[in-house]
Design a protein around this ligand. Structure first.
Ligand SMILES: Cc1cc2nc3c(=O)[nH]c(=O)nc-3n(C[C@H](O)[C@H](O)[C@H](O)COP(=O)(O)OP(=O)(O)OC[C@H]3O[C@@H](n4cnc5c(N)ncnc54)[C@H](O)[C@@H]3O)c2cc1C
Length: 480
């Protein structure tokens, strides 16, 4: 397997050059952190292990200590101490990332901001709000329930708004409402020397200088630690309706989506699940949907526009061979459908005892989606383990959930080949190695292939903002 991998991908950059055993923490650093945080400084093995893994298939790499911060000033104090002792700092939100993002590759300190859960301000008149980094999207939407507003970005895990900004996350609603890139207005960030900055004002547009907000969004804790996030809010639509329909094959489902997007129909959600994903979903969520390639839709708007969108979509899917267009208009039926979609990761995991899901995502221009998915199909059919395909296909983004035995070297090697082939196909079609999960260290080896000489300039930015390389070292950028 390894020989095959090397033969097929000779140009890959090695994943990293990280030392296996970090040196002991400096006792003066430990004393300083204990003074600052008291019992919120922990070296308990279980705590360290929990903070060194995330939800990915990667091995655990625990930090040497965990600091639970409760304010921007505390984060700044911790980073200042770590900078003084050249000690790595890894930010941690909810630990749901999928590419080894939170692994402490050089040891050091984890700053867990999950306790920073204050909703600082909700401003209905400006359709925005400011929250501390540890607020989860579910907590925010529960808080907003009586205001007629909501925050739409919805990864399929209970994660923090700070973590979502750090990974430039998105979800099922991105086709209509955009990703964190479009929805973050401003950030409060602790920089590598402990300075605290605000990346911009709350103005909806600005031509004043470099766009630090968008530099930090997606930087995965490698350029600064986000402590507050100001984000856009939206009015809850007057009407919403969901529907599912089945297709004879993947190609016709994807062709239908491509037509819907190219016609400019403003669907709020359009999600693809292949027959394996449907099998896993039925089993996990107790549904009885047909186990064939399927699209889940949601429409938002006025009663009239929802009816109009749905009618147009119904025509397009019928032209592409769809059958069994089923409506879920009442809130409970809709919620059940989308809960099932959101639980797909765990549904795939449940298809095999003691399995772990290697979840990989790529994204291509919508016109290339059919090609990349069709070319990937033979790899899926040849695999020795269960794989399900799901996708936020309206964005040209899809995921493979590889249900592997993480203790099997043969399966890990097979999964790696499959992943590499997928990523190379996507990049060859002017796509990206990850549409939303981010790079962590799992996908760092694809950065040269995707960005070419652009990586050199990314290194310069990293060097300028974090000259001691203490912020989440070994992530995003491949070994030089
Ligand atoms: C079941 C499942 C479904 C998922 N579905 C989606 C999906 O649909 N779309 C999607 O985009 N992702 C998805 N993900 C991935 C994951 O949920 C997102 O990447 C999420 O944004 C991570 O947030 P978190 O709070 O868990 O961050 P963590 O995992 O704790 O951290 C992620 C990265 O961000 C950094 N970080 C965290 N907080 C901060 C901060 N305050 N400041 C600076 N850096 C920080 C960390 O150092 C790390 O590099 C899914 C994951 C799972 C397990």
């Amino acid at each position: 397997m390894e020989a095959q991998l090397k033969a097929e991908f000779p140009a890959d950059t090695p994943p990293d050059d990280i030392a296996a055993t970090p040196s002991e923490l400096n006792p003066a650093l430990v004393a300083g952190l204990r003074d600052l945080l008291g019992e919120r400084f922990s070296t308990a093995p279980a705590d360290r292990e929990h903070h060194g893994r995330g939800e990915s298939y990667h091995a655990i790499q625990p930090p040497q200590a965990v600091c639970r911060a409760l304010s921007t000033d505390e984060v700044s104090g911790i980073v200042k101490l770590c900078a003084k002792f050249d000690t790595p700092v890894v930010a941690f939100g909810a630990g749901t990332s999928l590419e080894g993002h939170v692994a402490a590759r050089r040891g050091g300190i984890c700053i867990d901001v999950g306790g920073m859960t204050r909703i600082v301000a909700v401003r209905p008149g400006d359709l925005d709000c400011t929250v501390e980094a540890g607020v989860t999207r579910q907590q925010l939407n529960a808080h907003l329930r009586d205001t007629g507003l909501f925050f739409p970005v919805d990864p399929g895990a209970e994660c923090t708004i700070g973590g979502m900004a750090a990974t430039r996350a998105s979800g099922t609603n991105a086709v209509r409402y955009g990703t964190m890139r479009e929805n973050v207005i401003s950030l409060t960030v602790v920089m590598a020397d402990g300075s605290i900055i605000r990346t911009s004002s709350r103005a909806r547009k600005s031509s004043a200088g470099y766009d630090l907000t968008r530099l930090i969004v997606g930087s995965e804790g490698t350029l600064g630690i986000i402590t507050e996030v100001t984000i856009r809010l939206y009015g809850v639509p007057e009407a919403m309706a969901s529907a599912v329909c089945s297709f004879p094959d993947m190609g016709s489902a994807v062709a239908a989506v491509t037509t819907i997007i190219q016609f400019g129909i403003p669907v709020a959600r359009v999600e693809f699940l292949d027959s394996n994903a449907m099998r896993a979903t039925n089993k996990h969520s107790g549904l009885t949907l047909d186990e064939v390639p399927t699209l889940f839709f949601e429409f938002h708007g006025s009663e009239a526009s929802v009816a109009e969108q749905a009618e147009l979509v119904k025509e397009i899917v019928a032209d592409n061979g769809a059958s069994g267009f089923q409506w879920a208009s009442d809130p409970e039926a809709r919620a059940q459908l989308w809960r099932a979609r959101h639980n797909i990761h765990y549904a795939i995991q449940g298809m095999r005892p003691n399995a772990r899901v290697w979840s990989t995502d790529v994204c291509v221009p919508i016109s290339a989606l059919t090609q990349v998915m069709t070319e990937t199909q033979p790899d899926l059919e040849a695999a020795s383990f269960f794989i399900a395909t799901v996708g936020h296909v309206g964005d040209g983004n899809f995921h493979l959930g590889l249900c592997i035995d993480p203790t099997s070297a043969a399966e890990l090697a097979e999964a790696e080949i499959l992943n590499e082939r997928l990523v190379r196909r996507a990049i060859a079609l002017d796509g990206t190695c990850t549409g939303e999960h981010g790079v962590g260290y799992g996908k760092a080896k694809f950065m040269n292939l995707e960005h070419g000489d652009g990586v050199r300039f990314m290194r310069m930015i990293k060097q300028a903002l974090d000259p001691k390389d203490i912020l989440n070292p070994g992530k995003i950028l491949p070994a030089a």
